[in-house]
Design a protein around this ligand. Structure first.
Ligand code: ADP
Length: 220
């Protein structure tokens, strides 16, 4: 079943969401105030229109009420982003995702009822910083301000040991939720305590950031 989306603001972030959703076969209404941006997405999105999303009348005319999920990807213009989100909320949109520029912007967006607030630059910066610090950290996903999931290459100290031997939960307070095994190219979800870690294995670890840091420091 095709789901309907609208993307407001076709900069690098909104544009990439629009492309990806369209490539996945979704119906996407792409909106931007700039004609050249809209032209760029004419052949990609289901519909691409030049419109100012801060104009309530325009939003109504575009039939935005019938759209399931709207992504507000207006860049630097925080006022326009807030106003658009507020109007979408008042129009009763089911799900609204908004790109925030900073923490204050996020606070306001949450207060007025945005369902999901994202900080793509900040989050990507953090993920890259973690992989720069340690060559073995392949990815880092923030779950909250102080909890994360990390993907780590098995360090020398782990190879040949079982999860029981390492006792990661007791020693570091984190949980190994899955192991990607290089040998058979499989993902072992909820591995047994007796599972031996081989060279090339990748561990998916969940925990508080301070515990993950200790785990990284001593085992990775
Ligand atoms: P990014 O950092 O993702 O590249 P930009 O700031 O470059 O973000 O892009 C934001 C886009 O949002 C621009 O293409 C801009 O024309 C568009 N935009 C800004 N205000 C509005 C508005 N009121 N209605 C629709 N589109 C808007």
């Amino acid at each position: 079943m095709k789901r309907e989306f609208a993307v407001i603001g076709l900069g690098r972030f909104g544009g990439s969401i629009c492309k990806e959703l369209s490539e996945e076969g979704m119906e996407v209404l792409a909106i931007d105030t700039e004609e050249d941006k809209v032209n760029e997405y004419k052949n990609i999105a289901s519909h691409a229109v030049i419109a100012d999303a801060t104009d309530e009348k325009v939003l109504k005319e575009l039939g935005i009420r019938n759209i399931d999920h709207v992504i507000v990807a207006i860049g630097d213009n925080i006022q326009a982003s807030i106003l658009t989100t507020l109007m979408l909320k008042e129009l009763g949109i089911n799900k609204i995702t908004v790109k925030a520029q900073n923490d204050y912007h996020e606070k306001v967006l949450k207060k007025i009822g945005a369902d999901q607030v994202v900080h793509p630059e900040r989050d990507m910066g953090r993920r890259i910083a973690h992989s720069i610090i340690s060559n073995n950290i392949l990815d880092h996903l923030e779950l909250s301000d102080d909890h994360s999931i990390v993907e780590v290459k098995a360090g020398k100290k782990m190879i040949g040991q079982t999860l029981v031997d390492l006792d990661i939960r007791a020693n570091y307070g984190c949980n190994v939720v899955a192991i990607k095994q290089e040998q058979n190219n499989e993902i072992n979800v909820s591995p047994m305590a007796t599972e031996t870690i081989d060279s090339g294995d990748i561990l998916i670890v969940i925990g508080a950031d301070k515990d993950i840091s200790r785990f990284e420091k001593y085992l990775v």
